[in-house]
Write a protein that binds this ligand. Structure first.
Ligand SMILES: [Zn+2]
Ligand SMILES: [Zn+2]
Length: 159
């Protein structure tokens, strides 16, 4: 188990998977609950208004939007950047086109992997059967040869 500095307050804590210490995680959960409550009453708040209502810095709300734990109806004022092309987005980590592209690439890789494993299996199988055929053929040749040369002489000489 590793230690890490809390992303929010900098305190050292036992690192699990979230970069926040237990207190800040608790705080974030509370913010999220409060933000959702506020948005239920006032669904058309902008990010700045929501941050003001929460009494939290804008980054807190941005983080929740980036993690898609919170969505805003009003997108203006939200300045998240797509982590691939840097285009401004209102929630999540990637813009729609980058997200689509990434998904397509992931699909292609998955499809390629499936195709490749099938192809290599097929070619291995055909190679193996060819090899075994060849082996049997050459075995038969050796046998024939082996029995033929002394057999011929033997048979001839025997009579
Ligand atoms: Zn902390
Ligand atoms: Zn993008």
């Amino acid at each position: 188990m590793g230690m890490a500095n809390c992303e929010r307050c900098g305190k050292l804590f036992v690192f699990l998977s979230i970069k926040l210490c237990p207190e800040c995680r608790e705080h974030e959960e509370r913010c999220l609950r409060r933000a959702r409550e506020i948005l239920m009453r006032e669904p058309n708040l902008s990010i700045i208004e929501l941050a003001e209502r929460l009494g939290e810095p804008l980054e807190t709300v941005e983080k929740l939007l980036r993690e898609k734990r919170l969505t805003l109806k009003r997108k203006e004022g939200v300045s998240l950047a797509c982590e691939i092309c840097g285009k401004p987005i209102s929630e999540g980590r990637r813009c729609t086109s980058c997200d689509l592209r990434m998904r397509r690439i992931a699909d292609e890789i998955a499809a390629e992997g499936r195709k490749e494993s099938r192809e290599s299996r097929e070619s291995r199988e055909s190679r193996e059967s060819r090899e075994s055929r060849e082996r049997m053929h050459s075995l038969a040749t050796i046998k024939k040869r082996g029995s033929a040369s002394p057999g011929e002489g033997g048979e001839v000489g025997g009579r």
